[in-house]
Write a protein that binds this ligand. Structure first.
Ligand code: UDP
Length: 376
């Protein structure tokens, strides 16, 4: 047993996976989190009124093509199969999301077959060589009618800027299908933990070499007391916003309790610009294997992150990337015993599966190479 302590800052997936790997290799690990709970933004808790499992920071649907990652999460808790089928509420009516043949046929009042969609859309598309932003990418794929009905208003609300300021990569997250498959994800493995994500992360952290302390604000002057520190918080915060704040969107929710079934689906997106919220989540539909008479409904609003707001979506606009580069260069020059790992520390939009894979890989790499002061 290695008596020297390793510190992991943040008890979300990144921190938990790293802590576990270190602990299994005989290291003594302290995991701290400023929040009063583990599991970061994946935190789930049964609602006291309805007994529905609520994903407190917004719904998370686990999806991956990676067998190793799938087996890893399943070894810490049972995931039940779940397919996310989103409904989009638009000015022109209610449609299936992600965009599929049903969406296109209902929207244009056509009866296209899979083999006919491509040439149909070609007449609509505003083709551009190498579309360079979200709007150009959407117009090149879908043309104006679909773009303005489904994407323009929603994206403006969600990101708080014109879609042409955003990278094309955000749109590429969403599949567009020429068949009637309305599953939101393409991944081979998809599911939701039967007893919530908190239980999974609790089980990852359950190891004799791991100590957890919650409600603790990290102070980097403590670094010297540890052999190494794995920091999973925001990189700009670590460096005291020395180069200014990195742009983030945050979300907040309005909660309501109703009887019966409120909206008939787990998620309904609201694509119109003048409706102030982006989507409505009815959490009992994320656990269709359970029965509940009452229902808890969370309406999601999006806004710019200020002060102590939780950072959710990294905007990654051009000025942000310039600032990020300054942070990375500066952090690398510090030669401190700290590694920056995960979604916030690397300022990237990462799905849970990526977070787990990177944390597993990084912990393995660290244990083998003992490389210090790394921006992963
Ligand atoms: N989007 C949209 N309309 C929708 C759904 C998504 O305009 O009905 C855009 C929006 O810009 C969003 C992006 O597509 O940020 C990616 O969607 P995704 O569902 O992956 O976002 P997330 O669920 O991660 O917030």
């Amino acid at each position: 047993m290695d008596r020297k302590k390793y510190l992991v800052v943040g008890a979300g997936f990144s921190g938990a996976v790293i802590a576990r790997k270190l602990a299994e290799n005989g290291k003594n690990v302290l995991v701290i989190d400023k929040r009063s709970h583990i599991a970061g933004n994946c935190y789930t808790k049964r609602d006291a009124n309805t007994n529905v499992m609520v994903h407190k920071y917004g719904p998370h649907i686990f999806n991956t093509n990676n067998k190793e990652v799938w087996e890893y999460v399943n070894s810490y808790g049972k995931l039940k199969p779940f397919k996310n089928k989103v409904i989009a509420n638009t000015e022109k009516g209610v449609f299936s999301m992600p965009m599929n043949l049903l969406t296109i046929n209902q929207f244009f009042k056509t009866k296209l077959k899979p083999s006919e969609v491509e040439s149909f859309l070609k007449q609509k598309q505003k083709k551009k060589e190498n579309p360079k932003d979200f709007e150009e990418q959407a117009l090149a794929f879908l043309g104006e009618e679909l773009y303005y009905n489904f994407f323009y208003g929603y994206t403006k609300k969600q990101w708080g800027c014109e879609p042409k300021e955003l990278p094309a990569s955000i749109l590429k997250r969403l599949p567009i299908r020429f068949n009637y498959d309305d599953n939101y994800y393409n991944s081979k493995y998809q599911g939701i933990p039967e007893n919530g994500y908190t239980e999974i992360i609790e089980n990852i952290l359950k190891h004799k070499n791991i100590t957890i302390e919650l409600g603790i604000v990290y102070n980097k002057s403590d670094n010297k007391s540890y052999e190494h520190v794995f920091y999973t918080g925001a990189i700009d915060s670590y460096l005291d916003y020395k180069f200014g704040r990195l742009g983030y969107r945050t979300v907040f929710f309005k909660e309501e309790i109703h009887d019966g079934d409120f909206q008939g689906n787990a998620v309904i997106n609201y694509c119109e610009e003048d409706i102030p919220f982006t989507r409505v989540h009815e959490h009992k539909h994320f656990a269709p294997w359970e029965n509940h008479e009452k229902t808890i409904v969370l309406t999601e609003f999006s806004k710019e992150t200020v002060d102590k707001d939780e950072p959710y979506y990294p905007k990654r606009l051009k000025p942000d990337i310039a600032k990020l580069n300054s942070y990375v260069t500066y952090a690398e020059s510090l030669e401190e015993n700290v590694s920056f790992v995960g979604r916030l520390a690397t300022y990237r939009y990462l799905d849970m599966e990526k977070v787990i894979k990177e944390a597993l890989d990084y912990a393995t790499y660290f244990l083998e190479n003992k490389k210090e002061n790394t921006i992963f």
